[in-house]
Write a protein that binds this ligand. Structure first.
Ligand code: MN
Length: 335
Protein backbone atom coordinates (compact mmCIF):
# COMPACT_ATOMS: atom_id res chain seq x y z
CA UNK A 1 0.00 0.00 0.00
CA UNK A 2 1.23 3.46 -0.84
CA UNK A 3 0.17 6.66 0.93
CA UNK A 4 0.92 10.03 -0.67
CA UNK A 5 1.11 12.87 1.88
CA UNK A 6 -0.03 16.42 1.21
CA UNK A 7 2.59 19.11 0.61
CA UNK A 8 3.65 20.93 3.77
CA UNK A 9 3.28 18.01 6.14
CA UNK A 10 5.57 18.42 9.15
CA UNK A 11 8.21 15.93 10.22
CA UNK A 12 6.31 15.48 13.49
CA UNK A 13 3.17 14.43 11.56
CA UNK A 14 5.18 11.99 9.45
CA UNK A 15 6.75 10.51 12.59
CA UNK A 16 3.35 10.09 14.25
CA UNK A 17 1.85 8.41 11.20
CA UNK A 18 4.88 6.15 10.78
CA UNK A 19 4.68 5.12 14.43
CA UNK A 20 0.97 4.31 13.96
CA UNK A 21 1.68 2.13 10.92
CA UNK A 22 4.47 0.36 12.81
CA UNK A 23 2.06 -0.31 15.67
CA UNK A 24 -0.09 -2.14 13.09
CA UNK A 25 2.86 -4.43 12.30
CA UNK A 26 3.85 -2.72 9.05
CA UNK A 27 7.25 -1.62 7.84
CA UNK A 28 7.31 1.90 6.44
CA UNK A 29 9.49 3.03 3.58
CA UNK A 30 9.64 6.84 3.40
CA UNK A 31 10.43 8.56 0.15
CA UNK A 32 10.83 12.35 0.28
CA UNK A 33 10.27 14.19 -3.00
CA UNK A 34 10.41 17.87 -3.88
CA UNK A 35 6.68 18.40 -3.16
CA UNK A 36 5.35 15.16 -1.82
CA UNK A 37 6.40 12.57 0.72
CA UNK A 38 5.34 9.05 -0.09
CA UNK A 39 5.02 6.27 2.47
CA UNK A 40 5.37 2.73 1.18
CA UNK A 41 3.70 0.31 3.60
CA UNK A 42 5.16 -3.15 3.62
CA UNK A 43 3.38 -6.13 5.20
CA UNK A 44 -0.19 -7.29 5.60
CA UNK A 45 -2.29 -4.19 4.95
CA UNK A 46 -5.55 -6.11 4.58
CA UNK A 47 -6.78 -4.85 7.97
CA UNK A 48 -5.95 -1.20 7.27
CA UNK A 49 -9.08 0.88 6.67
CA UNK A 50 -8.26 2.72 3.48
CA UNK A 51 -11.17 5.18 3.90
CA UNK A 52 -9.99 6.11 7.38
CA UNK A 53 -6.55 6.94 5.98
CA UNK A 54 -7.99 8.95 3.10
CA UNK A 55 -9.97 10.96 5.62
CA UNK A 56 -6.83 12.20 7.41
CA UNK A 57 -5.93 15.85 6.75
CA UNK A 58 -2.31 15.06 5.95
CA UNK A 59 -3.06 12.41 3.32
CA UNK A 60 -3.60 13.17 -0.34
CA UNK A 61 -4.25 9.66 -1.66
CA UNK A 62 -3.86 6.00 -0.78
CA UNK A 63 -3.46 3.11 -3.18
CA UNK A 64 -3.51 -0.59 -2.54
CA UNK A 65 -0.89 -2.54 -4.45
CA UNK A 66 -2.15 -5.94 -3.36
CA UNK A 67 -5.85 -6.82 -3.44
CA UNK A 68 -7.57 -7.23 -0.06
CA UNK A 69 -8.38 -10.88 -0.83
CA UNK A 70 -5.59 -13.22 0.21
CA UNK A 71 -6.80 -16.83 0.18
CA UNK A 72 -8.55 -16.48 -3.17
CA UNK A 73 -5.67 -14.52 -4.73
CA UNK A 74 -3.69 -16.18 -7.49
CA UNK A 75 -0.59 -14.23 -6.44
CA UNK A 76 -0.28 -16.36 -3.31
CA UNK A 77 -1.54 -19.56 -4.92
CA UNK A 78 -0.37 -19.69 -8.55
CA UNK A 79 -1.78 -23.16 -9.34
CA UNK A 80 -5.45 -23.63 -10.21
CA UNK A 81 -7.57 -25.07 -7.43
CA UNK A 82 -9.27 -28.30 -8.33
CA UNK A 83 -12.34 -29.02 -6.18
CA UNK A 84 -13.17 -32.68 -5.66
CA UNK A 85 -16.96 -33.15 -5.72
CA UNK A 86 -17.22 -36.93 -5.63
CA UNK A 87 -15.17 -39.93 -6.71
CA UNK A 88 -13.64 -38.99 -10.06
CA UNK A 89 -15.64 -35.76 -10.41
CA UNK A 90 -13.56 -32.62 -10.08
CA UNK A 91 -13.99 -29.01 -11.14
CA UNK A 92 -11.07 -26.73 -11.95
CA UNK A 93 -7.45 -27.22 -12.91
CA UNK A 94 -8.43 -28.60 -16.32
CA UNK A 95 -11.44 -30.58 -15.07
CA UNK A 96 -14.73 -29.50 -16.65
CA UNK A 97 -18.24 -30.51 -15.56
CA UNK A 98 -21.73 -29.98 -16.89
CA UNK A 99 -24.28 -29.36 -14.16
CA UNK A 100 -27.93 -29.76 -15.18
CA UNK A 101 -31.39 -30.16 -13.74
CA UNK A 102 -34.60 -28.30 -13.05
CA UNK A 103 -34.87 -24.92 -11.40
CA UNK A 104 -36.97 -26.55 -8.65
CA UNK A 105 -37.52 -30.09 -7.52
CA UNK A 106 -41.25 -30.66 -8.08
CA UNK A 107 -41.98 -34.38 -7.73
CA UNK A 108 -40.13 -37.73 -7.52
CA UNK A 109 -40.95 -38.53 -11.17
CA UNK A 110 -39.85 -35.11 -12.37
CA UNK A 111 -36.44 -35.03 -10.67
CA UNK A 112 -35.58 -38.65 -11.37
CA UNK A 113 -36.69 -38.45 -15.00
CA UNK A 114 -34.64 -35.31 -15.63
CA UNK A 115 -31.63 -36.73 -13.75
CA UNK A 116 -31.57 -39.83 -15.93
CA UNK A 117 -31.88 -37.91 -19.16
CA UNK A 118 -29.25 -35.25 -18.40
CA UNK A 119 -26.87 -37.94 -17.18
CA UNK A 120 -27.29 -39.81 -20.46
CA UNK A 121 -26.45 -36.56 -22.30
CA UNK A 122 -23.20 -36.01 -20.41
CA UNK A 123 -24.11 -34.01 -17.32
CA UNK A 124 -22.16 -35.23 -14.30
CA UNK A 125 -23.80 -33.20 -11.52
CA UNK A 126 -27.54 -32.84 -10.84
CA UNK A 127 -28.94 -29.45 -9.86
CA UNK A 128 -32.36 -28.79 -8.34
CA UNK A 129 -33.75 -26.13 -6.04
CA UNK A 130 -35.38 -27.18 -2.77
CA UNK A 131 -35.29 -23.83 -0.97
CA UNK A 132 -36.16 -21.18 -3.55
CA UNK A 133 -35.36 -17.49 -3.13
CA UNK A 134 -38.30 -16.04 -5.07
CA UNK A 135 -38.84 -12.35 -5.66
CA UNK A 136 -42.51 -12.68 -4.65
CA UNK A 137 -43.60 -14.38 -1.41
CA UNK A 138 -46.66 -15.66 -3.31
CA UNK A 139 -44.55 -17.65 -5.82
CA UNK A 140 -43.70 -21.32 -5.33
CA UNK A 141 -41.15 -21.46 -2.49
CA UNK A 142 -39.81 -24.93 -3.22
CA UNK A 143 -40.45 -28.29 -1.58
CA UNK A 144 -37.82 -27.42 1.06
CA UNK A 145 -36.69 -30.42 3.16
CA UNK A 146 -38.79 -32.77 1.04
CA UNK A 147 -37.04 -31.43 -2.07
CA UNK A 148 -33.66 -32.38 -0.62
CA UNK A 149 -35.00 -35.87 0.15
CA UNK A 150 -36.04 -36.25 -3.48
CA UNK A 151 -32.63 -35.04 -4.70
CA UNK A 152 -30.93 -37.57 -2.44
CA UNK A 153 -33.15 -40.27 -3.85
CA UNK A 154 -32.19 -39.23 -7.41
CA UNK A 155 -28.53 -39.24 -6.33
CA UNK A 156 -28.88 -42.77 -5.00
CA UNK A 157 -30.56 -44.03 -8.14
CA UNK A 158 -28.32 -42.32 -10.71
CA UNK A 159 -25.04 -42.00 -8.83
CA UNK A 160 -24.92 -38.29 -9.71
CA UNK A 161 -23.64 -35.88 -7.05
CA UNK A 162 -26.14 -33.10 -6.32
CA UNK A 163 -26.06 -29.35 -5.89
CA UNK A 164 -28.79 -27.34 -4.20
CA UNK A 165 -29.12 -23.88 -2.71
CA UNK A 166 -29.00 -22.97 0.97
CA UNK A 167 -30.77 -19.83 2.19
CA UNK A 168 -30.35 -20.09 5.94
CA UNK A 169 -27.51 -21.48 8.05
CA UNK A 170 -30.07 -23.15 10.33
CA UNK A 171 -30.85 -25.53 7.45
CA UNK A 172 -27.27 -26.86 7.33
CA UNK A 173 -28.13 -30.22 8.98
CA UNK A 174 -30.39 -30.94 5.98
CA UNK A 175 -27.38 -30.52 3.65
CA UNK A 176 -25.28 -33.27 5.22
CA UNK A 177 -25.35 -35.48 2.11
CA UNK A 178 -25.56 -32.69 -0.45
CA UNK A 179 -22.35 -32.68 -2.52
CA UNK A 180 -22.18 -28.98 -3.42
CA UNK A 181 -23.95 -26.27 -1.45
CA UNK A 182 -25.00 -23.35 -3.60
CA UNK A 183 -25.09 -19.78 -2.33
CA UNK A 184 -27.47 -17.90 -4.59
CA UNK A 185 -26.92 -14.45 -6.07
CA UNK A 186 -29.18 -12.83 -3.48
CA UNK A 187 -27.17 -14.29 -0.62
CA UNK A 188 -23.69 -13.55 -1.98
CA UNK A 189 -23.20 -10.95 0.73
CA UNK A 190 -25.04 -12.77 3.52
CA UNK A 191 -21.84 -12.76 5.54
CA UNK A 192 -23.17 -14.77 8.49
CA UNK A 193 -24.20 -17.54 6.10
CA UNK A 194 -20.79 -17.39 4.37
CA UNK A 195 -18.99 -17.65 7.72
CA UNK A 196 -21.01 -20.74 8.66
CA UNK A 197 -20.21 -22.34 5.31
CA UNK A 198 -16.55 -21.56 5.94
CA UNK A 199 -16.74 -23.82 8.97
CA UNK A 200 -17.90 -26.77 6.83
CA UNK A 201 -15.65 -28.72 4.48
CA UNK A 202 -18.24 -28.96 1.71
CA UNK A 203 -17.70 -27.63 -1.81
CA UNK A 204 -19.53 -24.30 -2.08
CA UNK A 205 -20.73 -22.83 -5.37
CA UNK A 206 -20.87 -19.09 -4.81
CA UNK A 207 -22.96 -17.13 -7.29
CA UNK A 208 -22.15 -13.54 -8.14
CA UNK A 209 -24.80 -11.10 -6.93
CA UNK A 210 -26.91 -9.31 -9.50
CA UNK A 211 -25.19 -6.01 -8.82
CA UNK A 212 -21.82 -7.07 -7.46
CA UNK A 213 -18.33 -6.49 -8.79
CA UNK A 214 -15.82 -9.28 -9.25
CA UNK A 215 -13.86 -7.90 -6.31
CA UNK A 216 -16.95 -8.18 -4.10
CA UNK A 217 -17.45 -11.76 -5.33
CA UNK A 218 -13.86 -12.56 -4.39
CA UNK A 219 -14.26 -10.91 -0.99
CA UNK A 220 -17.31 -13.14 -0.39
CA UNK A 221 -15.24 -16.18 -1.39
CA UNK A 222 -12.68 -14.91 1.10
CA UNK A 223 -15.30 -15.08 3.88
CA UNK A 224 -15.76 -18.80 3.22
CA UNK A 225 -12.02 -19.46 2.85
CA UNK A 226 -11.15 -17.49 5.98
CA UNK A 227 -12.98 -20.19 7.94
CA UNK A 228 -10.71 -22.84 6.47
CA UNK A 229 -12.94 -24.09 3.65
CA UNK A 230 -10.98 -23.74 0.42
CA UNK A 231 -13.47 -25.63 -1.74
CA UNK A 232 -15.06 -22.58 -3.32
CA UNK A 233 -16.36 -22.53 -6.89
CA UNK A 234 -17.29 -19.14 -8.37
CA UNK A 235 -20.34 -18.76 -10.59
CA UNK A 236 -21.18 -15.95 -12.99
CA UNK A 237 -24.96 -15.92 -13.56
CA UNK A 238 -25.56 -12.55 -15.17
CA UNK A 239 -25.60 -9.08 -13.71
CA UNK A 240 -28.20 -6.35 -13.85
CA UNK A 241 -27.61 -3.71 -16.52
CA UNK A 242 -29.88 -1.29 -18.39
CA UNK A 243 -30.66 -4.02 -20.95
CA UNK A 244 -34.20 -5.39 -20.71
CA UNK A 245 -34.43 -7.91 -23.57
CA UNK A 246 -32.50 -10.44 -21.47
CA UNK A 247 -33.18 -11.23 -17.81
CA UNK A 248 -29.63 -10.20 -16.93
CA UNK A 249 -26.44 -9.53 -18.87
CA UNK A 250 -24.00 -12.44 -18.95
CA UNK A 251 -20.57 -11.06 -18.12
CA UNK A 252 -18.39 -13.56 -19.95
CA UNK A 253 -15.33 -11.38 -19.52
CA UNK A 254 -15.56 -12.50 -15.89
CA UNK A 255 -13.93 -15.77 -16.94
CA UNK A 256 -10.57 -14.44 -18.19
CA UNK A 257 -10.57 -11.66 -15.57
CA UNK A 258 -11.23 -14.01 -12.65
CA UNK A 259 -8.71 -16.42 -14.12
CA UNK A 260 -6.03 -13.76 -13.64
CA UNK A 261 -7.18 -12.73 -10.18
CA UNK A 262 -7.92 -16.07 -8.58
CA UNK A 263 -7.08 -19.78 -8.64
CA UNK A 264 -10.68 -20.81 -7.90
CA UNK A 265 -12.77 -22.69 -10.50
CA UNK A 266 -15.28 -20.67 -12.54
CA UNK A 267 -18.73 -21.91 -13.57
CA UNK A 268 -21.11 -20.11 -15.93
CA UNK A 269 -24.90 -20.23 -15.61
CA UNK A 270 -26.33 -19.13 -18.99
CA UNK A 271 -29.92 -19.99 -17.93
CA UNK A 272 -30.34 -17.34 -15.23
CA UNK A 273 -28.08 -14.95 -17.13
CA UNK A 274 -30.33 -14.74 -20.18
CA UNK A 275 -33.69 -15.99 -18.87
CA UNK A 276 -34.55 -17.20 -22.39
CA UNK A 277 -34.19 -20.85 -23.42
CA UNK A 278 -33.12 -20.13 -26.99
CA UNK A 279 -30.20 -17.97 -25.79
CA UNK A 280 -28.82 -20.67 -23.50
CA UNK A 281 -27.05 -22.64 -26.22
CA UNK A 282 -25.06 -19.78 -27.80
CA UNK A 283 -24.04 -18.50 -24.36
CA UNK A 284 -23.08 -21.99 -23.16
CA UNK A 285 -20.88 -22.44 -26.22
CA UNK A 286 -19.31 -19.02 -25.68
CA UNK A 287 -18.63 -19.90 -22.03
CA UNK A 288 -16.95 -23.14 -23.07
CA UNK A 289 -14.84 -21.24 -25.61
CA UNK A 290 -13.87 -18.64 -22.99
CA UNK A 291 -12.53 -21.36 -20.71
CA UNK A 292 -15.22 -21.96 -18.07
CA UNK A 293 -14.52 -24.88 -15.71
CA UNK A 294 -18.18 -25.80 -15.68
CA UNK A 295 -21.54 -24.80 -17.09
CA UNK A 296 -24.79 -25.04 -15.17
CA UNK A 297 -28.00 -25.31 -17.19
CA UNK A 298 -31.65 -25.56 -16.21
CA UNK A 299 -33.41 -28.50 -17.83
CA UNK A 300 -37.06 -29.46 -17.44
CA UNK A 301 -39.01 -32.36 -18.93
CA UNK A 302 -41.99 -30.05 -19.48
CA UNK A 303 -40.78 -26.43 -19.39
CA UNK A 304 -44.24 -25.02 -20.05
CA UNK A 305 -45.57 -26.48 -16.81
CA UNK A 306 -42.45 -25.79 -14.72
CA UNK A 307 -43.23 -24.26 -11.33
CA UNK A 308 -40.22 -21.94 -11.69
CA UNK A 309 -38.08 -20.53 -14.54
CA UNK A 310 -39.83 -22.48 -17.32
CA UNK A 311 -39.00 -19.82 -19.93
CA UNK A 312 -35.27 -20.41 -19.55
CA UNK A 313 -35.36 -24.20 -19.18
CA UNK A 314 -34.17 -26.46 -21.97
CA UNK A 315 -35.91 -29.70 -22.81
CA UNK A 316 -33.79 -32.85 -22.38
CA UNK A 317 -33.38 -33.02 -26.18
CA UNK A 318 -32.17 -29.43 -26.37
CA UNK A 319 -29.77 -30.13 -23.53
CA UNK A 320 -28.33 -33.15 -25.32
CA UNK A 321 -27.57 -30.95 -28.32
CA UNK A 322 -25.92 -28.26 -26.13
CA UNK A 323 -23.85 -30.85 -24.25
CA UNK A 324 -22.58 -32.33 -27.49
CA UNK A 325 -21.61 -28.94 -28.96
CA UNK A 326 -19.95 -27.85 -25.71
CA UNK A 327 -17.78 -30.96 -25.90
CA UNK A 328 -16.79 -30.08 -29.45
CA UNK A 329 -15.99 -26.47 -28.60
CA UNK A 330 -13.81 -27.63 -25.71
CA UNK A 331 -11.90 -29.95 -28.02
CA UNK A 332 -11.26 -27.14 -30.49
CA UNK A 333 -10.14 -24.71 -27.80
CA UNK A 334 -7.79 -27.30 -26.27
CA UNK A 335 -5.94 -27.78 -29.61
MN1 MN B 1 -33.91 -20.99 -11.56
Amino acid sequence: MVAVLKPGVTQQQIDNLTAWFKSKGLDVHISVGQYHTILGLIGDTSKIDIELLEGLDMIESVKRITEPFKSANRKFHPDDTCVEIADGIRIGGGHFQLIAGPCSVESPEQILGIAESVKASGASILRGGAFKPRTSPYDFQGLRAEGIELLLEAKKRTGMPIITEIMNQNHLPLFEEVDIIQVGARNMQNFELLKELGMTRKPILLKRGLANTLKELLMSAEYIMAGGNNKVILCERGIRTFETYTRNTLDLSAIPMLRELTHLPIVIDPSHATGIARLVKPMALAAAAAGADGIMIEVHNDPQSALCDGAQSLTPDQFRDVAEKVRKIREVVAQ
